[in-house]
Design a protein around this ligand. Structure first.
Ligand code: PLP
Length: 400
């Protein structure tokens, strides 16, 4: 009998992709839907970055390229890590160019995980953090990051989740879906905990440049953390380059050697013209200014949502503004419905697409993720429709 990989039975289809499909279906039937479910910047990739790719393509850079990544791109990544995080990485031995952040995460986990190792992953977080560990036959232990503690795990929760088989802690700050990130002191304590228990730290920092409060600290910037920390990052969110599929892993040399094997045997290399454009994007001064302008727009939309929430007097309950990334994690718990029901009803009755909070873990139940990486108009109209829907529902509860 032909059998399939049972490990994949443990994984659900991506809720975001599922919601996208539903939206396309509804739009095809003539419904007007406001899409606030995707985590994809609504900006175009900067023109100068596109020009670099087009020009080098015309020059013939359309063949295989070094699987570690071009040296100039690895140097650009090292420059970025020094410029933004004060970290010194050797471009030759400590950086691998990957097919987006997701592939950086794959190569990171593939490099260190053995079947049956326990992996500590906060809940809620991006579904791939757990799914990838499961695909690699790791044993995922979720560490609650409750709303009551601003979506950061209570420190005791890490200690409680620890087992003799724990191998790695996965962090993602600023977080998708909550935007939360911890203080430096918290990361210092976590580093001590990791050191005391011989744990790796895989730190997904793809939203690292999107923050609205004090700059988040990279997990690798904590004293003593470098030898156990693997930084996962990409150009997708910072430079509106989600479709280009380019990212990187920065880690100790022995990890990079393993990650290189994982990369060579999964993608061979990242397309050369994309690598050249990425090197330009990471270092060109004018591109950094464009990225900063995008951040200003997200910050303005975050204010816009907060202002509308105050107008409806639902700022405290429903829409606490995120510290980073470009999502609001809307709190619908008072409605006492599942996130899936909430999102289904908001889609059907208000015509707005969101992602159910439960897609990010059990702690996300009762919440829904709304992106502000959409036009000002869509964010404003969509959010108003959501609040009107919630008010209407509340009134119908009150009237019995
Ligand atoms: C937390 C997090 N990490 C990684 C990724 C993947 O990034 P990339 O598109 O560069 O693969 C995403 C994409 O949504 C994300 O939200």
């Amino acid at each position: 009998m032909l059998t399939l990989n049972h490990q994949l039975d443990l994984i659900r289809q991506s809720a975001t992709v599922g919601m996208n499909d539903r939206v396309l279906e509804l739009k095809a039937s003539g419904r007007q839907i406001i899409s606030l479910q995707v985590g994809d910047p609504d900006f175009a990739t900067p023109q100068s970055v596109m020009d670099v790719a087009l020009n080098v393509m015309k020059d013939g850079l359309t063949h295989y390229s070094p699987s570690r990544g071009f040296p100039d791109l690895r140097r650009a990544v090292a420059t970025k890590l020094t410029r933004d995080e004060g970290l010194a990485y050797d471009p030759q031995s400590e950086i691998l160019i990957t097919h987006g952040g997701i592939h950086a995460y794959y190569t990171a986990m593939q490099s260190i995980l053995n079947p049956g190792d326990d992996v500590l992953i906060p809940d809620p977080t991006w579904a791939t953090h757990a799914n990838m560990a499961i695909m690699l036959r790791g044993n995922v232990i979720r560490v609650p990051a409750p709303a009551e503690n601003d979506f950061i795990p209570f420190f005791e929760s890490w200690e409680k989740a620890l087992t003799p088989k724990t191998k790695v802690i996965v962090l993602n700050y600023p977080s998708n879906p909550t935007g939360a990130y911890p203080t430096r002191e918290y990361l210092e304590k976590l580093q001590d905990f990791a050191a005391a228990n011989d744990l790796w730290i895989v730190s997904d920092e793809v939203y690292g440049s999107l923050y609205y409060a004090e700059k988040p600290t990279s997990a690798a910037a904590i004293d003593g953390a470098r030898p156990r920390t693997l930084i996962v990052n990409s150009l997708s969110k910072t430079y509106a380059m989600t479709g280009w599929r380019v990212g990187y892993l920065a880690a100790p040399p022995q990890v990079i050697e393993n990650a290189l094997k994982a990369g060579q045997n999964s993608i061979t290399c990242v397309a050369p013209f994309i690598q050249k454009a990425a090197a330009f994007a990471l270092t060109d001064a004018a591109v950094q200014r464009v990225a900063a302008q995008m951040r200003t727009v997200y910050a303005r939309r975050r204010e816009l949502v907060s202002r509308i929430a105050r107008e409806f007097e639902s700022d405290k309950v429903l829409a606490a503004p995120p510290m980073g990334a470009f999502y609001f994690f809307l709190d619908f718990r008072p409605l006492k419905m599942t996130s899936s029901e909430i999102c289904e009803r908001i889609l059907e009755e208000a015509g707005v697409a969101l992602v159910p909070g439960s897609a990010f873990g059990a702690q996300g139940e009762g919440f829904a993720r709304m992106t502000i990486a959409a036009s000002d108009e869509n964010v404003e109209i969509g959010f108003r429709k959501i609040l009107e829907w919630a008010e209407h529902l509340k009134r119908s509860f009150e009237n019995g």
